[in-house]
Design a protein around this ligand. Structure first.
Ligand code: ZN
Length: 203
């Protein structure tokens, strides 16, 4: 009897924990939970193996922590889980000053069997292993669109918010490439889970 009361109290506190997303609200239409993570909804895909390019147990993510992706992102589970944690714990926090929440993200690339920056002879891209995603913009519930291309160099609140968003990804992701990094990332934010002994690489 005593035990069941405690169990009931635990269940109740888990359900009413403040800030916990209501997962049922965004599961409609994307009912498959991916990678054992209730924050990841979409489809499971067959293993990918094209030459050196490969992903075991790939997933096509449609919705991540309540945020809709413009086009499904093909990723491995490690990267999909990292994306979910970042959106939920860091990215939403980064846009808080705009008094809104991210509702969707524009995906420019995810899995792609190619070399780095598509240059001939370069090393295999993290995109070729399902470790990377490129994002172009973030749409907030209040209608504001934060665009890497248009807002990065602005000194207004949108410019500050997009820089805060990018900063928040450094650490959760092992590599973060933005317009400050090189000419290949003037209109997209590259996030990948490749890890380095020296820590996150966010030039
Ligand atoms: Zn990329």
């Amino acid at each position: 009897m005593y035990k069941s009361v405690i169990l009931f109290a635990l269940i109740l506190s888990a359900c009413t924990r403040s800030g916990a997303p209501d997962l049922s609200a965004y599961s409609a239409g994307h009912s498959t939970r991916l990678c054992g993570n209730p924050a990841l909804l979409g489809e499971k895909l067959d293993d990918i193996a094209q030459g050196q390019c490969r992903i075991d147990n790939p997933v096509a993510v449609h919705v991540v922590a309540g945020v809709t992706l413009s086009t499904p992102a093909t990723l491995n589970c490690d990267t999909a889980n990292t994306l979910a944690d970042w959106v939920e714990n860091d990215a939403q926090q980064a846009v808080k000053k705009l008094r809104s929440r991210i509702s969707s993200m524009r995906v420019l690339a995810s899995y792609a069997c190619r070399t780095r920056n598509s240059r001939p002879g370069a090393r295999l891209s993290e995109h070729a292993l399902g470790n990377a995603i490129d994002l172009g913009s973030f749409t907030l519930e209040n209608g504001i669109v934060l665009s890497i291309k248009d807002d990065w160099r602005r000194r207004n609140k949108e410019g500050k918010a997009i820089r805060a968003l990018v900063d928040s990804a450094c650490g959760p992701f092992g590599t973060v490439l933005s317009p400050d990094s090189d000419r290949f990332h003037q209109d997209n934010l590259h996030l990948d889970t490749a890890s380095y002994r020296s820590g996150a690489y966010c030039p």
